[in-house]
Design a protein around this ligand. Structure first.
Ligand code: MLT
Length: 311
């Protein structure tokens, strides 16, 4: 009986439903991407996948929780670029992204859009810049807390225009977008996986996309560079399990992720939302670890120069 215990359970994995923890609100961009891949991943693994939204502190509450979870492959974390910014942003981050997790693979890289409430005065990015500078006491910027992609993009925007604005934090950009559509906040920078529908439907004003090239899904939207603003950011996502998870369990998760990223429904829905699945060779622990570590290096001096930090 003793012989049966550990290796057999890793070999049989998965024998029960798997939970993927999403660090932001249901209905937002991270949640959307996770739900799209969870279905084909579950099919590939022969188990159901349950999504659990654990919000708070810009995505760091969820990561802290998964870092301490059982390293058995039944608790998986979906996280994004925030895994590489949190170690610089937070003085007392209760986990080390590079040491406390095993990477499963990258999922997608999502462009961001700078958008405003429908009746917000500025109509172009240049007008937004001028307006924000002239009205910095009253302009409000929504984000999903320190560590969120929307926070990082807002930080870059405020750096680029050399003006500090009032931020209104949410548990995710799902609820932030609801408030933007409702007119409670002025503008935000958020992933196309959340904003494309509202931009196309005319419920928000769109000013620019934060990538080097225009999007096929929103061809009329200028890039930040075209609109005269020196800032670019795109939001990479990856799947993690707690460090110490058996290699063969990680391999099964990676294989399921790769299968999901080839799924035609995933490819089509991602395209509608302005993104694409990563190439198969990037949906691997090696490529994911390399991205996490190079992105951590990349953002550190930028965040330090901006002087932004939390406890
Ligand atoms: C979300 O899922 O709500 C977003 O990814 C939050 C963010 O990082 O801006």
């Amino acid at each position: 009986a003793a012989l049966y215990s550990f290796s057999a359970s890793a070999q049989d994995y998965p024998t029960q439903p798997i939970t993927i923890v999403v660090p932001f609100s249901a209905g937002g961009p991270t949640d959307t991407v996770t739900r799209l891949i969870a279905e084909p991943m579950g099919k590939a693994l022969g188990q159901s996948i349950v999504i659990q939204n654990v919000t708070g502190a810009g995505g760091t509450v969820a990561a802290g929780q998964v870092a301490k979870a059982e390293a058995d492959g039944y608790t998986v974390l979906m996280h994004h670029i925030g895994m590489s910014t949190a170690p610089t942003l937070y003085k007392n981050l209760p986990y080390n992204p590079l040491e406390d997790f095993a990477t499963v693979g990258l999922v997608t890289e999502v462009p961001m859009t700078i958008i405003g409430r429908k009746d917000f005065e500025p109509n172009t990015l240049q007008e937004l810049v001028d307006y924000a500078k002239a009205n910095k006491e009253k302009v409000t910027y929504a984000n999903a807390g320190i560590g969120a992609a929307s926070h990082l993009c807002g930080m870059l925007f405020m750096e680029a225009i050399d003006t500090q604005l009032t931020t209104v934090p949410y548990q995710g950009t799902g609820p932030a977008l609801t408030d933007l559509v409702g007119g409670q906040v002025d503008f935000m920078c958020d992933q196309t996986t959340n904003t494309t529908g509202q931009i196309k439907g005319g419920q928000v004003k769109a000013y620019a996309v934060t990538t080097g090239e225009r999007l096929a899904s929103l061809p009329d939207l200028p890039t930040t560079t075209e609109a005269g603003l020196d800032m670019q950011v795109s939001v990479w996502h990856g799947l993690y399990v707690p460090a110490g998870t058996p290699d063969d369990v990680v391999q099964k998760l990676t294989a399921a992720l790769q299968t999901a990223l080839k799924d035609q429904n995933v490819i089509d829905r991602f395209a509608e939302l302005g993104t694409t699945p990563v190439a198969q060779e990037r949906a691997t622990p090696e490529a994911h670890t390399e991205t996490l570590s190079s992105q951590t290096e990349l953002w550190k001096p930028i965040i330090e120069a901006a002087g932004v930090s939390a406890n």
